[in-house]
Design a protein around this ligand. Structure first.
Ligand SMILES: C[S@@+](CC[C@H](N)C(=O)[O-])C[C@H]1O[C@@H](n2cnc3c(N)ncnc32)[C@H](O)[C@@H]1O
Ligand code: SF4
Length: 404
């Protein structure tokens, strides 16, 4: 069965006009730090990443801007403990060891960070120097997320990656030797990829016994080179075969698929990502970063200036936030479901009420319709997507749209 197909949804009326929201407790808080440069822009990528001209970028200016951004944000999160930090990109592993150390010192100086906080850094195999990663570890990074994508030479070329297969393997070895906790990102359904080639990639990844794997179906994102000049991709049946094989093989190898694309050994789920999927709060600093923060009677979303140079100027003059709005109570059910239904375990009923401040009755018609279509299972405690709901996740989530 293909994820690209639809379930033929005739969307139903989902809401009995919920009133204003009331949160009795605030959710856990995480910090996201965006680093917006890469050596080269990959043709499939729509993240806020910019080619660093000649491999250089204004590190000190950017770190100044990040500190200033964080200082401006503090009044929104006074007194709240931070449980996880994720430094993503872009390619934050381009940062110098000294720069990364300064960043984490600033974070620790300004925020109450848990002593055992999960601190993840995203890394590209084209930027791996063992010494630098040992220093990242010494500065406090305790989880590395390595963007492998594939171990196959031809596929790495087709994806426009800056590294070859040998560098990908070297990167995993450095990650495994330096970090007790690490993740490998791979993509499948790559241009001209066969099932056997996909299997070979996953087997190579498994041979390193990573605590966590993120296995993404390659998607053609708008405004990318791949969207403009689409490469020859495997058809829906072939990519569905790859997906099915991945589910079976990772389970056999001791990984639990706990989210659409995330697989973990026991107790090795990404705490930072779990917080997103559980509709927790996050402060996002850096170019183009997104923020979601809860208050007793409102939920606030912000976005920082996207272009690195603009962000640096604006943040240093005390104004890093480009857009900000309160999430309306009619938008909250869909926003919650966009995250919560990605988790295979679904969510406990009380979490919807706690995190949105809305009563369960506000989504009862949509839940009934989802159940009637076999997309969710539920009891008095818990709501979870069924295998059909997981396969047709977009259709399931669409039932909770305000105009549904
Ligand atoms: C923000 S990137 C950071 C990783 C790092 N910059 C690198 O590429 O090595 C996070 C991950 O998203 C995945 N990704 C990016 N674009 C994608 C796309 N169009 N389809 C599927 N996965 C994608 C890749 O696996 C990538 O490693
Ligand atoms: S290196 Fe990563 S973030 Fe940068 S363009 Fe490629 S996929 Fe995107």
């Amino acid at each position: 069965m293909s994820q690209a197909s639809t379930v033929g949804v005739n969307v139903v009326k989902a809401f009995s006009s919920p009133g204003s929201i009331r949160l009795t407790s605030l959710p856990p808080l995480a910090l996201y730090v965006h680093f917006p440069w890469c050596v080269r822009k990959c043709p499939y990528c729509d993240f806020n990443s910019h080619e660093s001209k000649g491999g250089t970028f204004p590190e000190d200016d950017y770190l100044d801007a990040l500190r200033s951004d964080l200082e401006q944000s503090l009044p929104l999160i006074w007194g709240r403990q931070v449980h996880t930090v994720f430094i993503g990109g872009g390619t934050p592993s381009l940062m110098s060891a000294k720069g990364l150390d300064r960043l984490l010192s600033d974070v620790r100086a300004l925020l109450p960070l848990d002593a055992d906080a999960e601190i993840t850094l995203e890394a590209n195999p084209g930027t791996f120097e063992a010494d630098k990663f040992a220093q990242f570890r010494a500065s406090g990074v305790n989880r590395l997320s390595v963007g492998i994508q594939s171990f196959n030479e031809a596929h790495l070329k087709a994806l426009g990656r800056i590294h070859d297969s040998a560098q990908a393997r070297h990167a995993v070895e450095v990650a495994a030797n330096t970090f007790d906790n690490f993740n490998l990102d791979l993509m499948f359904a790559l241009p001209k990829q066969t099932l056997a080639e996909c299997q070979a990639d996953i087997e190579t990844a498994l041979s390193y016994a990573p605590p966590h794997l993120s296995l993404y179906h390659l998607t053609l994102e708008p405004n990318t080179l791949f969207a403009k000049f689409p490469p020859p991709l495997p058809d829906d049946d072939s990519s569905a075969d790859m997906q099915d094989w991945i589910h079976d093989r990772t389970r056999e190898a001791g990984y639990e698929r706990y989210e659409v694309s995330a697989y973990a050994k026991p107790h090795r789920q990404s705490k930072h990502n779990l917080n997103y999927w559980r509709f927790g709060d996050y402060l996002g600093i850096g170019a183009g970063a997104h923020t979601k923060l809860s208050f007793p009677n409102r939920i606030l979303r912000q976005m920082r200036y996207k272009h690195p140079a603009t962000f640096i100027d604006e943040a240093r003059s005390g104004n890093a936030v480009q857009e900000e709005h309160e999430v309306g109570s009619r938008d909250l059910p869909f926003e919650f479901m966009l995250n919560a239904l990605r988790l295979v375990e679904g969510f406990p009923v009380h979490r919807f009420v706690e995190r949105t401040g809305l009563p369960m009755t506000s989504i009862e018609p949509a839940l009934q319709e989802a159940e009637r279509r076999g997309l969710i299972s539920r009891d008095f405690e818990k709501i979870a997507p069924t295998p059909l709901g997981q396969a047709f996740l977009n259709d399931l989530q669409a039932l909770f749209l305000k105009d549904s």
